[in-house]
Design a protein around this ligand. Structure first.
Ligand code: ZN
Length: 145
């Protein structure tokens, strides 16, 4: 049950993360391709490669940070293009543990998340400056080249 009689407002969401998980031995190339596709299409912030487990994450992954108003563009695109990879999409509010454990969505197969490593009170993460290189406005598949 909610602690309050009122629903939470989406204005709590300062930004989102999508964590793209991969297996360094078997699906790193697939993750590299997805990362390139994202880089070419969306104005987001790509985090560095984590080939070993880090923080609450139970598998190698890289992070995609994006502004709240990009959700409706990138999340459906990830639904169609994640291939065999698992993707955790979570809001960034002032409660990172709840963001990851209670309020996320999964694209592909869900994985374990070690929420005990996350605080229950923190500053909500604003979207960082994008570092991608979109070359096309369209989110259609890339041309063969
Ligand atoms: Zn995150």
């Amino acid at each position: 049950m909610s602690e309050s009689n009122n629903p939470r407002s989406t204005s709590e969401i300062a930004s989102y993360h999508a964590h793209v998980y991969y297996n360094p031995a078997t699906t790193r190339l697939e993750a590299e391709r997805l990362r390139t596709w994202i880089d070419e299409r969306f104005s987001v912030t790509l985090g560095r490669w984590h080939d070993v487990k880090v923080g609450p994450h139970d598998q190698a992954m890289f992070q995609v940070a994006f502004a709240a108003d990009l959700f409706s563009a990138i999340v459906p695109w990830l639904m169609l293009n994640h291939g065999t990879l698992s993707v955790l999409v979570h809001p960034n509010t002032t409660n990172p543990r709840r963001d990851h454990l209670v309020n996320p969505l999964w694209i592909g197969s869900p994985l374990a998340v070690h929420g005990e490593k996350l605080p229950e009170d923190a500053a909500a993460e604003q979207p960082p400056s994008p570092n991608t290189h979109p070359i096309a406005i369209s989110t259609e598949p890339p041309l063969i080249r």
